[in-house]
Design a protein around this ligand. Structure first.
Ligand code: GDG
Length: 733
């Protein structure tokens, strides 16, 4: 039976030690609740650090046994590891850079990186101890970015999902990290990478494209031989829990006390972990501005602010805490009266009952992070408003703002705007509060934590199934052998070979891709067999193919089928075509060459190609789209076809295509074995035109009409080599 393994830095428990005995209590986080439906079942496991340094071997054994009862498996970390991997690298490099605080807080220390790698290896070892092929592994968050690739090396086919809970920044930020390539490669060991928002997805795709040799097609990254899907999965909360808590007696009694205490006052709440990304100081500034400029609200509003202690042994955090203390003290000392305090500030964690009482009684919830992956507090507030009242003020920098669009959305840097929005919120008519809250509650209810877990797991399954279906179409093992056998058991064969991307890899200079010795050897041997007709069918110019293969006995088809040359004879082109259209299209293309450094035009008899492989990444694609839109109407009028290929945009006479060209040869003679190789959109015409009995092979991983796949030109050459070397075995397709 296959199992699911959850992996995160922390296990979903709190551990404490009393007189040599360890006791475990469950943590209340949404993630623990959501994933509870998974890790508590059958053989499933959650792997992570228990949250405390445990030194003695016998203690480790004791804790391991206690954890095992709850399907939890520990990764024990030493204090040094916690300092350097967790505090040092995760929280002093990744956290600030990913939250756009690189210049203020990031500290790129080599030893922290070394520890990060070592601890990621430790997690990998813990996974490998129990993982088996067929299992599903779901790895969480920025502390474990290297783990997917580390596991992949040992279990190439296992299903790996990765979810990042914090933002993925723009490449301009991300590329500052000295070890950026290793981090990306680590993540790309997964089959599915999830983020909270589409912006994170875009940023990740962009960073991967710019930093690694990957190809991207919509949201799929192909890296080496693997395809990885990148998607957004906005995380939800346990909505039912937050909707039912306000009905509990213990919550209601606290709610009464709160209402009583703040009678006559509009209550504004804010709840965060101590962190510079949460915008706590900026929020205080906006509140202070309100008090300064609007005396009419004195004694009429109060801010109840909970800051949950976090990382305050780190100097920057201690400094932030001191600064908040000072600011709150200043504001209160200026505006407080005997009956009224503008800010009620608590630097502590509070029980969930008090949290619920605050969520359900407050008039306004003020959530103004400078950056936040998602922000669950905003969703918990919404889920707690069972009477559909209350106002949420939400920073546009929080992932949640992409879903909770009926909140009052603010830019947390705009102090004046935040101040004005608080005023708008405390004065909002009930009717408006209700329609806004109803819309938000619908979203929080539908996209709750179990929905999040389900859609992530479903997608991971789908990705794996797609990969497996690609694998079964991959030419290897029995499929490969049966193709080789069919080759050897037939004697009237025709082999269609595309050139670029099929027989040779792509080069940034189109003239550099000339055939090497091995390729000549292969082609010469194939051609030498009288049972073979070998056709080189390419989009290249006929002059080009002539220079490389003019003396060989190959059948050459150039420019997608405008030019033919049979066995060392002379070239002829198909008749009745006009190239007058070039007079209009060429000058238009030229304007793009002038505006896009690195791009150029290649002119063929019946086509014009705009190449942008050497243009600045991103700019080339942008201009290609623009050019495509520009050409669309012209192309229709003039009977032309537009083909967007690999860093090229080609315009050609619609009558010409590789499929038609191939059929003109097939019409002349009958064959008992038809084989075709190709890698791009122009080869699809060929695959579609050939009879059902043909063996068609697509090079690469994009969707194709071909029956089979090979990964790259090296695999194509290997198969061709086996035609001229292999001894047939008795096996038929
Ligand atoms: C990271 C990302 C992303 C807070 N104070 C108390 C308390 N809490 C609970 C809240 C909420 C959670 O802590 C905080 O979650 P956030 O989402 O707001 O923020 P991070 O901890 O920074 O989480 C974030 C999240 O991962 C999930 O992917 O949304 O963007 O930074 O659930 O209720 N709970 C109790 N007492 C408190 O005093 N009981």
């Amino acid at each position: 039976m296959s199992k699911t393994i959850i992996v995160s830095n922390r296990l979903p428990i709190k551990i404490s030690k009393n007189n040599d005995e360890y006791s475990l209590s469950p943590s209340e986080g949404g993630l623990a609740t959501g994933l509870g439906s998974i890790y508590k079942r059958g053989d499933n496991v959650w792997i992570g650090w228990p949250g405390m340094e445990i030194i003695e071997e016998q203690d480790k054994n004791k804790v391991t046994a206690q954890l095992a009862e709850q399907n939890l498996q520990p990764v024990f970390l030493s204090q040094d590891e916690i300092n350097e991997y967790y505090e040092g690298f995760s929280n002093d490099v990744l956290w600030p850079v990913f939250h756009y605080y690189a210049s203020t807080y990031a500290n790129y220390k080599e030893s922290n990186w070394d520890f990060y790698k070592t601890v990621n290896e430790k997690f990998k070892d813990a996974i490998l101890k129990i993982a088996e092929p067929g299992d599903t592994i779901w790895i969480h968050d920025y502390q474990l970015l290297l783990v997917p690739a580390l596991v992949r090396t040992h279990l190439p086919d296992v299903s790996i999902g990765f979810f990042q809970h914090i933002p993925f920044p723009s490449n301009e930020m991300f590329r500052l990290i000295p070890w950026r390539d290793e981090l990306l490669a680590g993540m790309l060991g997964a089959d599915l990478i999830g983020f909270h928002t589409f912006d994170d997805v875009r940023h990740f795709l962009n960073a991967a494209t710019r930093l690694l040799p990957v190809t991207v097609s919509s949201n799929i990254i192909t890296y080496g031989e693997r395809s990885v899907v990148i998607e957004s999965f906005p995380m939800g909360i346990d909505d039912k829990k937050y909707a039912s808590l306000p009905l509990e007696k213990s919550v209601q009694s606290q709610a009464e006390i709160i209402k009583d205490t703040f009678k006559g006052c509009k209550l504004i709440i804010s709840i965060d972990r101590l962190d510079y990304s949460k915008g706590i100081l900026q929020r205080l500034q906006a509140f202070e501005l309100l008090l300064q400029q609007h005396e009419e609200y004195h004694s009429k509003i109060a801010l109840y602010m909970i800051v949950v202690p976090s990382r305050d042994s780190v100097p920057q955090y201690a400094q932030l805490r001191d600064e908040i203390d000072k600011r709150v003290g200043n504001i209160n000392s200026i505006y407080r009266t005997i009956e009224w305090s503008p800010i009620h500030y608590y630097y502590r964690s509070v029980p969930v009952e008090l949290l619920s009482a605050l969520y359900s009684t407050a008039d306004v919830c003020l959530v103004t992070p400078m950056r936040d992956g998602m922000n669950l507090v905003s969703k918990e507030f919404v889920a707690s408003r069972i009477h559909d009242d209350g106002v949420l003020i939400l920073s546009e920098m929080a992932g949640a703002s992409k879903e909770l669009i009926d909140a009052l959305i603010v830019n947390p840097n705009n102090t004046k705007e935040v101040c004005d929005t608080i005023i708008k919120a405390v004065n909002m008519p009930l009717e408006e509060q209700q329609w806004r809250m109803q819309a938000m509650r619908q979203i929080v209810t539908k996209f709750n934590i179990s929905h999040w877990v389900k859609i992530f797991m479903d997608k991971l399954k789908e990705v794996k199934q797609f990969q497996r279906s690609m694998q079964t179409r991959h030419v290897s093992g029995a499929t490969e052998q049966s193709i080789i056998n069919r080759y050897h058991n037939t004697n009237k064969r025709i082999i269609f070979l595309d050139y670029d991307g099929t027989l040779v890899g792509f080069r940034s200079d189109i003239d550099q891709a000339s055939p090497d010795q091995e390729l000549h050897y292969l082609i010469d041997n194939l051609v030498a067999d009288p049972a073979n007709d070998v056709v080189l069918i390419s989009g290249r110019k006929h002059e080009n193919l002539d220079e490389w293969f003019g003396d060989s006995k190959l059948y050459l088809i150039a420019e997608h089928g405008s030019w033919f040359k049979q066995n060392n004879t002379t070239w002829h082109k198909i008749s009745g075509l006009s190239d007058n259209w070039k007079n209009d299209i060429y000058p238009l293309m030229e304007t793009y060459v002038d505006r896009t450094p690195g791009s150029f035009i290649e002119e063929k008899s019946y086509s014009l190609v705009w190449h942008y492989r050497k243009a600045q990444k991103g700019l080339g694609e942008l201009r290609a789209n623009e050019l495509m839109n520009n050409l669309k109407y012209l192309a229709n009028d003039k009977g032309l076809q537009l083909l967007a290929g690999d860093k090229v945009l080609e315009v050609k006479n619609i009558e010409i295509n590789k499929g038609r060209a191939a059929l003109t040869i097939l019409d002349k003679k009958s064959y008992d074995f038809i084989l075709a190789f190709g890698d791009d959109y122009t080869d699809e015409d060929l695959f579609k035109a050939l009879p059902e009995s043909a063996v068609t092979i697509k090079v690469g991983s994009n969707l194709s009409a071909a029956k089979f796949y090979l990964r790259n030109p090296t695999e194509v050459r290997k198969l061709l080599k086996s035609f001229i070397q292999n001894i047939p075995v008795n096996y038929s397709m």
